[in-house]
Design a protein around this ligand. Structure first.
Ligand code: GTP
Ligand code: SPV
Ligand code: MN
Length: 577
């Protein structure tokens, strides 16, 4: 037993006064006991055992169904270190506020100690943490989402001595008494008042992104909101790709892409669907690991046509959160065949009450369930990245695809990512906002320093990945998607890989290199040439105004803003003439 862990657990125990303390070991027996207990208390509803063996439905509080960015803080000693991109509170004030909430918060409850490892347990790039929580649902989710939860992680912590401390209580689930606080300088997290996703599974966004991005800056690597995939071509080449899209903008789906029938011989295999840790290697390439071991994926929209892999994956050993039910006790969500009988709040389904499944309803599943699991995900050294893709959900402006001229231009392209908000965050849906590198909610420090760090990492790469930008979400005047998306996105990946190999044609535009209509494999798509032209158009006046807006965003960062990025922006404007 690592003494530092034990000491901290005793401190938390004295503060929160739980009835019991349970040290998680991570065994099957333990998982079965926690599950049985949740079934007994009514928090877990077993699903149809024939068609969905070992699957359960969990309903979170209707006021607690998404991440809460307005209640999420980065508490560095200096406010400027957190930056205009974060909510900030002084560490001492934040600790005081949180400790007052945690005082006696676990009375009558069990305190679970959840040691975990982000990254393969034997990887030098992996980092451990311990989450203390009073939610058995959280403990079970963490078991699927992290590596070596329990005894294995604790053994690594004993060896290394250091770990991220994450303290969590569901509290009263009162949005007025809900805060997610990060102390990157102390490698600690305090989260109170939510039992949902990124607010409560502290290994994920709190540790592997906010705290890790801060650590990565001082250690010379990057912690990013990116999927990781392997792309195998019919010729037998494999390329590894990382892609950063904002929440609910297509990472899980791209990572698990099922090739269309028109493209035989291609295969996409999944290394990760949400987070990547990227390290410059001694060979001058950028190497990546996925710190997670499972997926907490968006349910709505998942079906046998959009993503057969995902659909198969969640048919056993899956926890569903806030989905609807059919009359047979099968899980149901919008975009699926059949009909809902019971909505996500447990009421008989009535369209007057809105969607049957909550738009941010999710599945938690081990990555091992994925039929397209890439075994390279277990490699402690990670994989070398050939391309980084940025993207957002934009009904207008951003074309289907373009390629940055070089790394520095790529950093500008990443910092210019904008996307319409989704149900993954509490607040209004469909509002266009900047989400640089899809990290607006997750960068644990000042974006100006973060962009400078990206530029510095690039300087250490003799063979940097190519950088692309995509948009699967262009719409026509009637609001219909112009691009079929999902499996057909492989056509865009194919062009990118041909670019990486130096084989595909492109022409230069002010925003970067783009394929001409004929450079994209659109065989069998049945897409009208005019639609493709629209998807590949660059609207100069609209771009000029978008770049002017981005310049205004940069101004917020004052003198901390890296000069090379401003120059890069002027360069693009100059190219528009
Ligand atoms: P987080 O887990 O929140 O980080 O989300 P994500 O980026 O992994 O998004 P995900 O792949 O779960 O997709 C979110 C929603 O977008 C789902 O409803 C999908 O069905 C839909 N979606 C994904 N890819 C495409 C696409 O290529 N085209 C269209 N039109 N919709 C897509
Ligand atoms: C996201 O919002 O980007 C997610 C879901 O992946 S959560 O785990 O809630 O952050
Ligand atoms: Mn995410």
């Amino acid at each position: 037993m690592p003494e530092a862990v034990d000491r901290w657990v005793q401190e938390v125990r004295a503060l929160t006064e739980p009835a019991r303390v349970h040290w998680c070991t991570g065994t099957e027996t333990e998982a079965a006991e926690l599950t049985a207990q949740l079934v007994k208390s009514g928090e877990f509803l077993p699903l149809n055992a024939e068609r969905f063996p070992r699957c359960y439905l969990y309903r979170s509080d209707p006021n607690d169904v998404a991440r809460v960015e307005h209640l999420t803080f980065v508490c560095t000693r200096s406010e400027a270190d957190a930056g205009p991109n974060n909510h900030w509170m002084a560490p001492q004030a934040a600790h005081q506020k949180m400790d007052a909430l945690f005082k006696g918060a676990m009375r009558g409850r069990t305190l679970y100690v959840v040691p975990y490892c982000m990254g393969p347990i034997g990887s030098p790039y992996a980092r451990c943490g311990v989450e203390i929580t009073d939610s058995p649902y959280v403990a079970l989710n963490m078991r699927m989402m992290t590596h070596g939860m329990g005894t294995a992680a604790l053994a690594r912590i004993a060896r290394e001595g250091s770990f991220v401390r994450g303290l969590h209580s569901t509290g009263e689930l009162d949005p007025e008494r809900r805060f997610i606080m990060h102390f990157p300088e102390e490698l600690s997290i305090k989260s109170y008042g939510s039992g949902y996703g990124g607010n409560a599974l502290l290994g994920k966004k709190c540790h592997a992104l906010r705290i890790a991005s801060y650590q990565a800056r001082s250690e010379g690597w990057l912690a990013e909101h990116m999927l990781l995939l392997a792309l195998d071509s019919p010729a037998g080449e494999t390329h590894y790709v990382a892609a950063a899209f904002p929440s609910a903008c297509g990472k899980t789906n791209l990572a698990m892409l099922v090739p269309p029938a028109a493209m035989p011989g291609w295969k996409v295999r999944t290394l990760g669907d949400d987070i990547a840790w990227l390290h410059p290697g001694p060979d001058g390439r950028l190497w990546a690991i996925n710190p997670e071991a499972g997926y907490f994926g968006v349910a709505p929209g998942t079906n046998s046509k959009s993503n057969r892999n995902a659909f198969e994956m969640v048919r056993h050993d899956t926890i569903f959160t806030n989905v609807a039910l059919t009359k047979n006790g099968d899980p149901w969500w919008e975009g699926m065949e059949g009909e809902p009988a019971i909505d996500w709040q447990g009421r008989p389904y009535d369209p007057k009450n809105g969607p049957a499944a909550h738009p941010n309803s999710r599945f938690t599943v081990s990555a091992r369930n994925n039929p397209s699991y890439a075994t390279e995900a277990d490699d402690p050294a990670g994989v070398p990245i050939a391309a980084i893709i940025f993207g957002g959900r934009r009904r207008a402006l951003a074309p289907l695809v373009f390629e940055a001229r070089n790394w520095r231009h790529g950093v500008l392209v990443g910092s210019g990512v904008a996307s319409e908000t989704t149900a993954a965050i509490t607040g209004k849906v469909g509002v266009l906002r900047r989400d640089p590198m899809a990290m607006k909610p997750f960068a644990g420090y000042n974006f100006a320093d973060y962009w400078q760090h990206w530029l510095s990492v690039g300087e250490r790469l003799a063979k940097p990945p190519k950088v692309f930008h995509v948009n699967w979400f262009r719409q026509d005047a009637a609001g219909k998607f112009l691009w079929p998306g999902f499996g057909e996105n492989l056509r865009v990946l194919k062009w990118m890989m041909e670019r990486v190999a130096g084989r595909a044609a492109a022409h230069e535009t002010p925003i970067g290199f783009m394929p001409a209509r004929a450079d994209l494999d659109t065989q069998g798509l049945g897409l009208a040439p005019a639609t493709l032209d629209e998807l590949l158009a660059v609207d100069a006046p609209a771009w000029r105004s978008d770049l002017a807006h981005l310049g205004g965003e940069f101004d917020q960062y004052g003198t901390r803003m890296p000069e090379p990025l401003r120059l890069e922006l002027y360069d693009v404007l100059r190219r528009f003439g």
